[in-house]
Design a protein around this ligand. Structure first.
Ligand code: 2AM
Ligand code: CA
Ligand code: CA
Ligand code: CA
Length: 254
């Protein structure tokens, strides 16, 4: 049952990638949400409607949490819950036409079960979970080397770094280098492939859900800065990192 859902959601990720690439060749509207830094396009909305409709066909009893308002009102993680980000990195989508992702996760009775991150412009689907391992397309990923902060590149939330809260500038100073890509999905891909040692940011459920499944499946650490386990529905400032980077960063943040 779960394996069948997994196969169908993988196919859905390739279908939505193709639709997105086709849609980018035509014009679309860009609207402001809360400010000129917070955008939504017709492609975000069309993708979300399409994904939610296909997910309802794949798994009719599941509930759906999604960013742009076409999901269900969900207050708990009982049963099957899909968490959908129809375009992650909308600002990059609009301004750069790259460095954005499409993400889905399946949580079963609260358990992080399957995660899917589609790197649209690079034709790469990162997926896995449920004890199967993590794959990029059909190639299985190894757990990244357990490097320290001193030996790692680090991604920090831009706003938090600018205002200097939680002593994060010290984290940036002690890392081997600091990077910011503007898409939680792309940043999570870099952590699970070992290109980045740790990622610290404010994450909503749809920013976190898929990457959290893949990171946990690989034995990476996903924690709040209070060192507590993360609840995907109510997460705040979240660290995804190698074990050593997590321990180095949690010692520095306040
Ligand atoms: P989005 O493009 O799906 O909105 C940008 O730095 C990254 O943070 C993107 O992954 C973006 O997702 C996400 N993001 C944007 N606004 C956010 C907010 N208010 N809280 C948390 N994440 C946000
Ligand atoms: Ca958004
Ligand atoms: Ca997002
Ligand atoms: Ca989004």
């Amino acid at each position: 049952m779960l394996q069948e859902i997994d196969q169908k959601v993988q196919q859905l990720m390739w279908d939505v990638q193709k639709r997105t690439l086709d849609r980018m060749k035509q014009s679309y509207d860009v609207n402001l949400k809360t400010s000129y830094k917070d955008l939504v396009t017709t492609v975000d909305k069309e993708n979300e409607r399409y994904l939610n409709q296909r997910l309802r066909e794949i798994d009719p009893d599941a509930k759906i949490i999604s960013e742009e308002g076409y999901g269900d009102q969900v207050n708990d993680l009982k049963g099957h819950v899909f968490i959908v980000d129809p375009i992650d990195g909308t600002m990059n989508f609009v301004m750069q036409h790259c460095n954005f992702a499409i993400m889905i996760a399946l949580y079963v009775d609260g358990e992080p079960t399957y995660g899917y991150i589609m790197d649209v412009m690079n034709d790469k689907l990162y997926h896995g979970g449920n004890g199967d391992g993590v794959f990029v397309n059909n190639h299985q990923l190894n757990t990244p080397a357990n490097n320290s902060l001193h030996d790692s590149l680090m991604v920090l939330n831009a706003g938090l770094t600018l205002d200097g809260g939680h002593n994060v500038r010290e984290v940036g100073k002690q890392a081997r280098g600091l990077r910011m890509y503007g898409s939680a999905g792309i940043e999570m891909i870099y952590v699970i492939t070992g290109r980045i040692g740790g990622y610290l940011s404010y994450l909503k459920p749809w920013d976190l859900a898929a990457g959290m499944v893949l990171a946990l499946e690989l034995g990476l650490v996903v924690k709040g800065i209070d060192e507590q386990q993360v609840n995907v529905l109510s997460s705040n400032l979240v660290l995804v990192a190698t074990k050593q980077v997590a321990s180095d960063v949690l010692e520095l943040v306040d």
